[in-house]
Ligand binder design. Structure first.
Ligand code: GLU
Length: 293
């Protein structure tokens, strides 16, 4: 008997060049790299640089340097999201043509106020904000900038009209651990994120859409990333269903914390990989400290 051809495991590390990498990134990159290696698979690096105002070439150069120092190797060419805006535009158009998106003209300030006044936070604040068509047209004609949001209500209806069922049909496999110990087959709850932004006013695309399109285009079979993105996975699972894209296995990992018990952040300069390297630490020492000795 012959089963389906086994797929090669393909993992990725997808940093944004908005600062220098720190220990937390090293842990994440090593976890993804080792997950591929352990399965005789492949490892990719992806540069998530859609936010041109925050990304800088020197941070991107440092990503390559720091990861090479850590002992990682990756396939070329490296996909840089800013080179592929047309791919994200096509996915957005597909969703929009099916009535699954709407324009949101709110300013940052209006959004903050809406969150504050909503009894249940973002989930309530960002649902059902589609404007009447006449008003929408008027504001577009007036040149007001807008973001595109995913309509959860429309998405739910779209899935219910298919044989597969509504949101209840959306599951993913957690091979690591969510923040509350979630493991195994997980029921996705995309409503947690509200009507997420698919395309930002300033950039023309947003994180969830770009990641889902890229993971599919690159054939990623296992997404390895921190538990801070566990909720994002629920939203991304819905986008995969709407765009008929495959769902990778997810492996969320714990987040490293510093001596003060707080998560590493790009602002903690002393903990950046280049500072550690500059202070004489070897990659071997850091790898061992992170459990990859
Ligand atoms: N670019 C994202 C970040 O740096 C990670 C995206 C992902 O792993 O899905 O936080």
């Amino acid at each position: 008997m012959t089963g389906p051809a086994p797929t090669t495991r393909l993992t990725r590390f997808a940093p944004s060049p908005t600062g220098y990498l720190h220990r937390g990134h090293a842990f994440s990159a090593l976890t993804a790299f080792e997950a591929a290696r352990a399965a005789g698979g492949r490892f990719l690096l992806r540069i998530e640089d859609i936010d041109r105002t925050r990304c800088r070439p020197e941070y991107e150069a440092a990503i390559f340097e720091d990861l090479a120092w850590l002992g990682l190797t990756w396939e070329e060419p490296v996909r840089r999201q800013s080179d592929h805006m047309a791919d994200y535009g096509a996915a957005l158009r597909e969703l929009s043509e099916r009535g699954l998106t709407y324009r949101c003209f709110r300013t940052r300030r209006e959004i903050a106020e809406a969150i504050e006044s909503a009894p249940h936070g973002a989930m309530e604040a960002f649902r059902g904000q589609r404007l009447p068509p006449a008003e929408e047209e008027r504001r577009v004609a007036a040149g007001e900038p807008y973001a595109w949001r995913l309509s959860l209500d429309a998405a739910r209806r779209a899935l219910e009209n298919r044989e597969s069922g509504g949101f209840e049909s959306l599951t993913f496999t957690e091979d690591g651990e969510g923040p509350a110990g979630e493991h195994g087959l997980i029921q996705a709850r995309p409503e947690l994120g509200g009507d997420v932004v698919l395309a930002r006013k300033d950039v023309g695309v947003a994180y969830h859409l770009a990641v889902v399109v890229d993971d599919a285009l690159q054939g990623i079979t296992q997404v390895v990333r921190g538990q801070d993105l566990f909720e994002a996975t629920h939203v991304q699972r819905l986008l995969q269903a709407l765009l008929a894209l495959p769902t990778p296995v997810y492996r969320h990992h714990r987040l490293l914390v510093g001596a003060d018990g707080k998560r590493f952040a790009k602002r903690d300069r002393a903990e950046t990989l280049r500072e550690l390297r500059g202070s004489g630490m070897t990659a071997q020492t850091l790898r061992a400290e992170l459990g990859f000795g």
